[in-house]
Structures are given as C-alpha cells and as structure tokens.
Design a protein around this ligand. Structure first.
Ligand code: COA
Length: 259
C-alpha cells in the first residue's frame, strides 16, 4: 500500500486510517482512493477490528476534496468510469463495521462527502466544512447533493452547494452535518472514547444496527420495520446475544466475542 494512507491497529479493537498527504491538505488522489479500498477490504475481514476511525494527517486538514490536479485533462467518460469503479463512498457505506470520521480541519468537497459516507462524524470546532465545487464550475459528484440534504435538510444543502461557503465545525454541529464539535485539543480523546464504547459491543449487533438504519433511507416504513425485525430475530442466534442477556440477568458486564 502507498504511504498516501496510513493504517494503524490500536488497542481495543479499533483501527485508524489516516489520509497522509498533508502538503496537499490530504486531497483525495488515485493513490488514496486505491489505498482506501485495500484498507477497507483488509479491515472488513479482520475479526480483531470492530470500529474504524478515519482522519487526516497534520493539523490543518481532514480532506480538502478531490485532487483538483486530476481534473485538468480528465474526459467525461473516463471521469464517470473512475468514479463508478473507484467508489470509496459506497465502500464506506457498505463496510460492515461502524466508521467514525474524525474531522480535524478542512473537510471540503469529496472530503465532506467522504465524512457523510461514514456512520458518525465528530469535528473540531475550528474545522471548516463545505461543498465548494461550485467555485470550479462543478457540483458535488460523490453524494453531496444526495447525502447532504438527508443530513441537514434541503435549504442548507442548497445554500452550501450553491454558494460554496465554508462553515465552522461548530455551525456544522448546529445544522446536523456532524453530530458534535469539540475543541481541537479534545478531538482525539472524544473520538477514542466514542470508538472504545462502540468497540465493546457485539460486532454482529453493530452490523445489524448499521444496515437497518441505512435501510431507512431507501425503504418505506413498513418494509423498514420488517427489515429491522428480521435482523432483531436473527441476533437471537448469536452467542453475543446470549452473553448480553445472561450478563444483564447476572448483574455483570458482558464480554462480547463476536460469535
Ligand atoms: N486538490 C489538489 N490540491 C489541493 C487541494 C485539492 N482539492 N486543496 C489544497 N491543495 C493543495 C494546494 O494546491 C497547495 O499545494 P501547493 O503547496 O503545491 O501549491 C496545498 O494543498 C496547500 O493549499 P493552499 O491553497 O496553499 O492552502 P490555504 O490554506 O491557502 O487554502 C483551502 C486552503 C482549502 C481553502 C484551499 O487549498 C482550497 O480552496 N482548496 C480546494 C478546495 C476545493 O475546492 N475542494 C473541492 C474539490 S472538488
């Protein structure tokens, strides 16, 4: 894997992916996209990993968008194909484990879209978020017109996409683009606490939760409720469910093994 992406396995079933192009504000180029695919494939199959954190290297940026230098000579059909085959956003959404975006700085364009394809978002109050593609004569191409209105409503999505304005982490939390914004020096600790909390849960229940919540986007309520019921019932076949219920009744802390 290229050094454009760092993958670390931390204690407590947590893995951290760091986009590592700080001199280019961690812009997403082909090497990063390819590395992300490989990393997600490896981590999906690694039973020791239950939660993934994604962040950007350096103090200044999470991801400042797609690498604009790759746009210069791109032709429409090639561009379409590369976005279709190299869709890390779908790969993140369908990744079978929870993914947390730790937004430490500029979170723009494809970076904001990548954060929105994660399951949870925690930002530094000083982060700057937005969809500035309009400045390039473009619109967001990786979900910005689709996931953004689902998170913040149509009015804010229109405003951010049409004006290209950047908002602070604090404002992003206010409108629901991120769940919470914390002081920059508290960001890592906040995300690690959240990740540890989630990593202590049953992996199968986490996958069921993710798939069921995402199903709500595409299913009418009756179908979604049926989908949820299917997962709920299926979890009765897991050792983790027996352990969770047993531990509650025995007044002790459960130890989930993932089986
Ligand atoms: N693609 C490629 N390179 C990028 C980039 C991007 N999306 N964002 C930043 N960079 C590069 C800059 O070209 C610069 O490289 P250089 O030092 O070789 O010239 C380096 O990262 C630092 O960026 P710089 O613009 O000097 O930093 P700044 O603090 O003055 O401005 C931003 C920061 C984020 C406001 C500015 O870089 C910017 O507007 N970037 C583009 C954001 C964008 O439009 N993203 C959506 C793309 S579809």
């Amino acid at each position: 894997m290229s050094d454009a992406l760092l993958v670390e396995k931390l204690d407590g079933h947590i893995a951290k992916i760091t986009i590592n192009r700080p001199d280019k504000l961690n812009a997403l180029n082909k090497a990063v996209r390819q590395g992300m695919f490989e990393a997600l494939e490896d981590l999906a199959g690694d039973d020791d990993v239950r939660v993934v954190i994604i962040t950007g290297a350096g103090e200044k940026s999470f991801i400042a968008g797609a690498d604009i230098s790759e746009f210069k000579d791109a032709r429409p059909v090639e561009q379409y194909r590369s976005m279709q085959s190299g869709n890390i956003y779908v790969a993140l959404e369908t990744f079978p484990k929870p993914v947390i975006a730790m937004i430490n700085g500029f979170c723009l364009g494809g970076g904001c879209e990548l954060a929105m394809a994660c399951d949870m978002r925690v930002a530094s109050t000083k982060a700057k978020l937005g969809q500035p593609e309009i400045n390039l004569g473009l619109i967001p191409g990786a979900g910005g017109t689709q996931r953004l209105p689902r998170l913040v409503g149509e009015g804010w999505a229109m405003r951010l996409v049409m004006s290209g304005e950047l908002i602070s982490g604090e404002k992003a939390a206010e409108i629901g683009l991120v769940e919470v914004a914390v002081e920059p020096d508290e960001l890592e600790a906040h995300v690690m606490t959240l990740a540890s909390n989630i990593a202590g849960r049953s992996p199968m229940a986490l996958q069921a939760a993710k798939e069921s919540i995402l199903a709500a986007r595409r299913m009418p309520l009756d179908e979604g409720l049926k989908f949820e019921r299917g997962w709920f019932s299926l979890l009765f076949s897991t050792d983790d469910m027996a352990e969770g219920v047993g531990a509650f009744l025995e007044k002790r802390k459960p130890e989930f093994t993932g089986s």
